[in-house]
Design a protein around this ligand. Structure first.
Ligand SMILES: [Cu+2]
Length: 163
């Protein structure tokens, strides 16, 4: 068998697979079509991506459907961080602080947290969240720093329920 023949045979097989490829492509197209483009509906995925760094927390979704929500957090900074999920009526920048740390039990209900996430590491947690206003924040502090991570800006709001 010549090298050409060897290359030729897989092509014959590929031609027979074309109808399957077309069906697969169409299914892919349908799955990417937005159900209701431009609306402010809560996202259905129940997944929220979180980036932690000095000194901010970024999220890719700010409105989620009630129920199971999985947080994928990545520490993109160079300090150790954490991610506390709290349900509270207070805005993200209005928390009571004592000794450069947020008084978690005073400001709302802690629903869960990823503790001690080292620089460059990923953390994951799934929580069952009822409707409400939530804040993600980091409650770490550095020795010798007057302000804790929360005070330096590591906090962000999100909502569970209708916009
Ligand atoms: Cu932090």
């Amino acid at each position: 068998m010549t090298p050409f023949m060897k290359r030729c045979c897989p092509m014959v097989v590929n031609i027979q697979r074309i109808p399957l490829l077309v069906v697969g492509f169409l299914l892919l197209m349908i799955s990417f079509m937005p159900a209701d483009a431009g609306s402010q509906e809560p996202v259905a995925s129940g997944i929220i991506q979180v980036e932690l760094r000095e000194w901010e927390i970024l999220v890719d979704e700010t409105i989620l459907k009630p129920g199971k929500v999985t947080f994928y957090a990545e520490n993109q900074g160079s300090f150790m961080h954490e991610m506390v999920v709290i349900r509270t009526t207070l805005s993200a920048d209005a928390f009571e602080v004592a000794g450069s740390r947020v008084q978690e039990e005073v400001i709302g209900t802690v629903r869960g947290e990823i503790e001690g996430l080292p620089a460059g590491k990923l953390g994951e947690i799934t929580l069952d969240l009822p409707e409400g206003h939530y804040v993600l924040f980091c409650n770490n502090r550095e020795k010798g720093h007057a302000e804790g991570h929360y005070q330096k800006g590591m906090r962000v709001s999100f909502k569970v329920g209708s916009p």
